[in-house]
Design a protein around this ligand. Structure first.
Ligand code: AMP
Ligand code: MG
Length: 415
């Protein structure tokens, strides 16, 4: 292990090079929601598949009612009714009209729809009677043609698209019930430390409630991954190794918090350092200096530090982009804005500081960032109040009030 501080970007590049998109599988539409499409899809047929009426009214031959107006209505016999959901049994012959509902297929022979507002119906004793047409629709009026949306063979949804509501609707319309997508990565979450207890248990003096597991759970869910909660592992090298190895079959990746720095109980390092496939190093960042990354049985392993804010920042800086990459995404980073600091952020000279801030939009396009809480990486409440991480690059020293800084936004500024 090197004592030298590695630049943040270099570590992130190394991590991103060490993960790859999970092999695609076919999933039903509901499970494919939020996943990245792994193939270019073309429309298998015309959409919509048949011509239909956009209005309730009558289907006619436009030529028959040419020039119709309230003063010069044209009277036509109504010869039947076109219903939604099936082919009209009655064609529209010359000089005839067929009642039609919105969404019903256009009957054979018709080429225009006259909406009911432009009709006067003349009831008959028996049968559908006749209609007086008060307006000239012109050919094609209120007809939704087949293929108006997409033609057979047109691009449907491109490879790389993350499937949201309109995309799922389009796939459903095109009959693609099981698209080929990159599945959500299953990420096993461990918390390490003899001092940890679950949040529902009353700790003895000196014990600490496990908060990191929930931080990671939420962040993974938000990133579209499937967290597998593997609980608390004591600072025992054998147990750590056994627990991780026992879950290899259920995992696409592992993340643990704690046990990666230089203390005698740094169990993660002790369990995996010897194997030579997980690297432990120090990153030029504050918080989050000690980190581990590598592979266990070919699965990416992220060893995060133990302090809760370090976990949060490490997730945002390293894990989130890696998880997105595993999900097949290419937009790996949070949106960033430039904001003016309204109070100073103490710099760390040789390390990049990721400082919790509350960002507000003060006018169109202008943002102000207020640092929250202290710098301590144990201060969970400050991360909960913040909506952004201001980046004070290594070498900057203290960023004075008034300085403009880049801020990664992890919540919208209105939340
Ligand atoms: P470590 O890196 O294991 O020495 O942990 C650093 C600090 O983070 C210690 O004060 C731990 O008690 C604390 N810590 C480690 N894991 C957790 C956790 N899962 N939840 C809350 N605090 C933790
Ligand atoms: Mg520990």
């Amino acid at each position: 292990m090197s004592e030298q501080l590695l630049p943040v970007d270099e570590v992130r590049e190394r991590i991103l090079a060490g993960v790859e998109p999970i092999l695609p599988i076919e999933l039903p539409l509901t499970e494919a929601y939020g996943c990245v499409l792994a193939e270019d899809l073309a429309s298998p047929f015309d959409l919509p598949t048949f011509a239909s009426s956009a209005m309730d009214g009558i289907a006619v031959r436009a030529a028959d009612v040419s020039g119709a107006s309230p003063d010069r209505p044209v009277e036509l016999p109504v010869v039947g009714r076109a219903m939604i959901g099936r082919r009209s049994e009655v064609p529209v012959g010359t000089g005839e009209a067929v009642r039609i509902a919105t969404g019903a297929p256009i009957p054979q022979g018709a080429d225009a729809i006259v909406p009911i507002e432009e009709c006067e119906f003349l009831p008959a004793e028996d049968g559908p009677g006749a209609v007086r047409v008060l307006a000239d629709p012109g050919v094609g009026r209120h007809v939704r043609p087949a293929g108006e949306d997409l033609r057979a063979g047109d691009p449907l949804v491109p490879k790389g698209r993350r499937l949201l509501g309109p995309d799922l609707a389009l796939l459903a319309s095109a009959g693609v019930a099981h698209p080929l997508v990159h599945p959500r990565p299953r990420v096993v979450v461990f918390s390490t430390g003899d001092e940890l207890v679950p949040p529902g248990q009353r700790p003895e003096y000196g014990q600490v409630r496990d908060s990191n597991a929930y931080q990671l759970y939420a962040s993974l869910r938000e990133a579209g991954a499937v967290p597998v909660m593997a609980g608390i592992v004591p600072d025992d090298v054998e147990e750590m190794r056994d627990r991780v190895l026992s879950l290899v079959g259920q995992a696409d990746a592992f993340v643990s918090s704690g046990g990666v720095s230089v203390g005698e109980r740094d169990v993660v390092k002790a369990a995996f350092f010897q194997r030579g496939d997980v690297d432990f190093y120090k990153v030029a960042m504050q918080p989050g200096k000690p980190q581990g990354f590598g592979h266990i049985e070919g699965k990416p392993y992220f060893g995060l530090p133990g302090n809760p804010v370090s976990v949060f920042v490490s997730f945002e800086v390293f894990l989130r982009p890696a998880v997105l990459r595993m999900s097949g995404r290419t937009d790996l980073f949070r949106p960033e804005v430039t904001a003016r600091l309204d109070a100073a952020i103490g710099g760390a000279q040789e390390r990049t500081v990721f400082a919790r801030v509350i960002v507000r939009r003060v006018e169109a396009g202008a943002f102000v960032a207020t640092p929250v809480g202290g710098r301590g990486s144990n201060l969970v409440s400050s991360a909960s109040r913040a909506n952004g991480l201001a980046i004070v690059p290594a070498g900057t020293g203290t960023a004075a009030a008034g300085t403009r800084v880049r801020v990664m936004l992890f919540r919208s500024t209105g939340e």
